[in-house]
Design a protein around this ligand. Sequence first.
Ligand code: IVH
Length: 675
Amino acid sequence: MPRTSTKVKGKDAAAEIEELRAEIRRHEELYYVYDNPEISDAEYDALMARLQQLEGEYPLLATRDSPTQRVGGRPTEKFEQYVHRRPMLSLDNSYNIEDLRAFDERCRKLADGRAFEYVAELKIDGLSISLHYEDGLLTRGVTRGDGRVGEDVTQNVRTIRSVPLKLKQSHAARELEVRGEAYLSRREFERINAEREEAEEPRFANPRNAAAGTIRQHDPQIVASRRLDLFAYDALAGDRKAFDSHWHALDWLAAAGFKVSERALCPTIGEVVNFCNEMESRRDALEYEIDGVVVKVNSTALQEEFGATTKSPRWAIAYKYPARQGTTRVQEIIVQVGRTGALTPVAILEPVQLAGTTVSRSTLHNEDEIKRLGLRIGDWVLIEKSGEIIPKILKVVESRRTGAEKRYRFPSKCPVCGGVVSRPEGEVVARCEAADCPAQLKGRLLHFASRRAMRIEGLGDALADQLVAGGLVRDVADLYELTRESVAELERKAEKSASNLIEQIEASRRRDLPHLVYGLGLRHVGERTAAILARAFRSLERLGAATVGELDAVPEIGLTVAESVHDWFADSGNRELCERLRAAGVRTELEAGALGEADEKFAGKLFVLTGRLESMTREEAGALIEARGGRVTSSVSKKTDYVVAGEEAGSKLDKARSLGVKVLGEEEFRAMLGL
Ligand code: IVH
């Protein structure tokens, strides 16, 4: 076992049991009460499993107040308390297929020869909520709390758009209770954290913590601004299940207006295993975090018959995916220098396995983040990897400090070129100010060559290093002076790949203005802003000559961008660079008709966006459509001209198909936008 349970050899069972209980209680409090865990779920489960094993071996040492005898933590005092009609139990966990098969064995034994099915559905990583309906109207929302007593968070629950205020389906029972998992999508989580960073508030560690913190907010306005979501997974009438099977309950919930997760009706445990595997392979592509699959016996009659222990039902089990959290040590902190000169500290970690990959580094964002964490070199840290998000350090495990850890001092000079580092008042980012810093130049080259900019695919990390180190390239315009021979002379550069690179550089001369503007890497000018600027000014020259007022007058361009663009062009070196690009034959004028043509495809057309797009957010896609004269609505009807369908597109896509509305994939959509 990692962490603090210092195991003394020969210590007796009673002492170990007491120690485990204290340890588990502390972690429960950190997790349930403060939303601030110090160990991963798997580590917590291992402590609990050891305690259960010891209590099983020594029944005389079992007590009523042991953590194994209750459901969870306890509620905080902030909201009115509410006693659940039927306790909100937790689930037993399983971590491998053998565990699932053992669960199947137990169920079949209990069913005693009667046939039955399982329902497999996603285990959403959020927090469970109970919703009360009277005559079809939402009357109360309660958190799980400790499983017996929860907190009344009705005001907050009402802000969740996927919670119907009025049910769309009726039910024989006047009073209904719907249970489900409230959560934040990954995108919403990132958005909230970016906002918090801007406001200099601490980032949330993960979407689950952010959701838990949000549901306990006292200001419903703030709750509403953080778009919580909910998947429903149970329906009760009084203290009984409201339907004769779980599958029917889910069908009814979907018809009543709830979101219901992907699910499968499985006649055998083999099919459950298939569902678990399939969802594991799709896990990273989902818009929200899941930590596994929940497997339930479908028949309500059998569920009631199997019953429950004090902690969990015997008719259900959670199949947990490999841990994405773990503890490891920080060996070193290095500092990377990006294309804008920004210094980004990175923690070098003792390699640790997380969700099937080895993690050995984690970004620390900036100097303030190191301070916020209180991180020292040599510290043990709790880390987490989720989705495509790079692993991050959640916190320092202070209880494991030995005193040998070293305080970290942020560099006052650029670690690459030795240049002066400055950090203006009120900014979190420290930058290297040297104009000729090789790390910045390399970053600028890679950005200029990237797919969304000039698309010079042969120009990768290693080659950029060589071009800079060999002195062949001092700015992006130098790329157009490279020859086959000069590139082939670089170490280990074969003739053929040198030719490829030169061909791609050649082709990039015909890339259009929006990509060039983006590729120049002006501060605050992302892909979308670059397209807006290119459309508004139609040439690099006119863009460079624009005053702050003229820039600021462009719809969607704010003062920060206007000033940044103006400052960039005010620099004589940058103006000269633009001139050299133009002289090298790079297209610096907007192609005649390029965007005009695209406009016609959009003007007056009605779009619906659904699913997750890889290259932009839905908001950005909407703005691009509207900038071209199109309109975006949220529901699909016969009037819809196009449905843009990203990953995980759901019912809107089905509806578009049934109505025969034209569906665009992301690539088609980008092509239509001229991107
Ligand atoms: S069923 C007795 N279904 O997982 C049944 N729970 O570890 C208990 N959860 O407290 C709940 N997705 O917060 C169920 N599809 C799902 C779920 C789910 C997430 C959470 C829920 C519960 C915890 C149990």
